[in-house]
Design a binder for this molecule. Structure first.
Ligand code: GLY
Ligand code: MN
Ligand code: MN
Length: 436
């Protein structure tokens, strides 16, 4: 990791120096953030670090720490390490990053101030509640636009972390599949997942979606039922892992065996692979989203669910009933990473295609971007009811819809790197292949 991390740090330093100069600032200060407490309670919520902080350092459980970036200086890390007997404090600073920064260890949050107050205009990135007397986050929009725009393109170090995050999640997906085929409950499938990747719920990059049967039709199904259903027909599991603050985001749909649902799964698998292959430098990501709608229409027609041509389905908006979300998003320090709608680094927005309100990424792909490709096809009662009230309802095989509804739906999601030339790197499929 040595060379790639130091290269990463140098690149962030160079980018920050340019951004500071462009925006008229002399230094950049970044707060890691503070723990937040439940109302009228002494229980903290899970700590979520400022992503700008963990961009520079592999430190994710470090509230009250700070970074000071100045042109021509090493980054200064103000490292909070309290003397605490209620909780485990951060361990002594260790790792290669310590050799590449100026390190100051503090025992009280307020001590940070003395190490952050440097002359000149400061850009201070952080949440309002991270403020110290005289160090108040101002989050300059022009500077944030530059940093957010650039963050989409990963350094070699970041790609290493993201490969590792996929490799960490894949054995857990296989354990979840085995638990499903053995008839386990959602809760036990979830436990099998955690055990296999060595995470607890605290470590996950997002709440696992572990959905049996009809629950697969709830896009962000948030429960894990302790009771196994009488019959486990399908599992849709959307679950990732984290390495040094970088996420993976992977969905697999498994079937216990049904001719029609398996035919749907096979077609979705083929469509997903074809969509992954569209991740190329210069491609407008919106076109991949629109291409997904055409593929979903083709599958609905092929399987006889909707007896309308692709063109007719698209003209009547039928596919949005079955595929209501976006084809994917940027991923990295955050599962849904920032900057998905930026046309440039000065804040110009790139609009969503009309009629596609849930698409989270509208940029043109460039080398080093990491995106998800996650087509889905679901049987969502509330959307099907709306479809029933349209003229297209006459072309729908409602008996087939009723049959497939018992499986919830299909989503297949990979994390994919856009490369300068040729085919993309599929972090997820590579990790599955390495397990085979
Ligand atoms: N896991 C949430 C998503 O796929 O976007
Ligand atoms: Mn996703
Ligand atoms: Mn996902």
């Amino acid at each position: 990791m040595t060379k790639t991390y130091s290269h990463h740090l140098h690149q962030l330093q160079a980018q920050a120096e340019q951004a500071l100069a462009r925006c008229g600032f002399d230094a950049l200060v970044i707060a890691s953030g503070i723990e937040k407490y439940a109302f009228l309670d002494d229980r903290p919520y899970l700590f979520a670090p400022n992503p700008h902080f963990k961009h520079w350092l592999p430190l994710v459980n470090h509230p009250h720490s700070w970074l000071l970036i100045r042109p021509g200086h090493k980054p200064r890390v103000v490292y909070y390490q309290p003397d605490d007997f209620w909780h485990v404090p951060p361990s002594d600073p260790a790792g290669e990053w310590t050799e590449l920064v100026e390190l100051v260890v503090i025992g009280q949050p307020d001590e940070a101030r003395a190490h952050l107050q440097v002359p000149g205009r400061l850009a201070i990135i952080g949440e309002a509640d991270a403020a110290l007397d005289g160090v108040t986050p101002n989050n300059p929009a022009d500077l944030l636009n530059i940093l957010h725009y650039q963050r989409a393109n990963k350094t070699g170090y970041e790609l290493e972390q993201m490969r590792a995050a996929s490799r960490r999640a894949v054995p857990a997906h296989l354990a979840a599949k085995a638990a499903f085929l053995a008839g386990a409950s959602e809760l036990d499938i979830h436990r099998a997942y955690l055990a296999a990747c060595g995470h607890t719920d605290r470590d996950l990059p997002y709440t696992n979606i572990v959905a049996l049967n009809e629950h697969g039709a709830v896009l962000h199904y948030q429960y894990q039922e302790a009771q196994a259903p009488a019959e486990s027909r399908a599992l849709l599991i959307d679950a990732g892992a984290q390495v040094n603050g970088y996420a993976s985001d992977i969905t697999r749909t498994w079937s216990a065996g049904d001719a029609m649902f398996d035919a749907l799964l096979a077609r979705m698998e083929a469509a997903q692979l074809a969509l992954v292959d569209e991740v190329r430098a210069g491609v407008d990501y919106r076109s991949i989203h629109l291409s997904t709608h055409a593929k979903v229409a083709g599958i609905l027609q092929d399987l006889g669910v909707v007896k309308l041509s692709v063109a007719e389905q698209l003209a009547q908006g039928v596919t949005s009933t079955f595929f209501p979300h976006g084809i994917g998003h940027l991923i990295g320090l955050q599962v849904h990473d920032v900057g998905g709608f930026m046309a440039d680094d000065s804040g110009t927005l790139s609009p969503k295609p009309e009629g596609h309100p849930y698409l989270r990424l509208t940029r043109t792909l460039t080398p080093g971007m990491v995106v998800t490709i996650e087509p889905g096809l679901y049987f969502i009662p509330t959307l099907l009811n709306k479809l029933k009230a349209t003229p297209a309802a006459a072309a729908v095989d409602w008996n087939l819809v009723a049959h497939l509804s018992r499986f919830g739906g299909v989503r297949i999601e990979d994390d994919v790197v856009c490369r300068a030339d040729g085919a993309p790197e599929n972090l997820t499929r590579d990790a599955f292949a390495a397990q085979a």
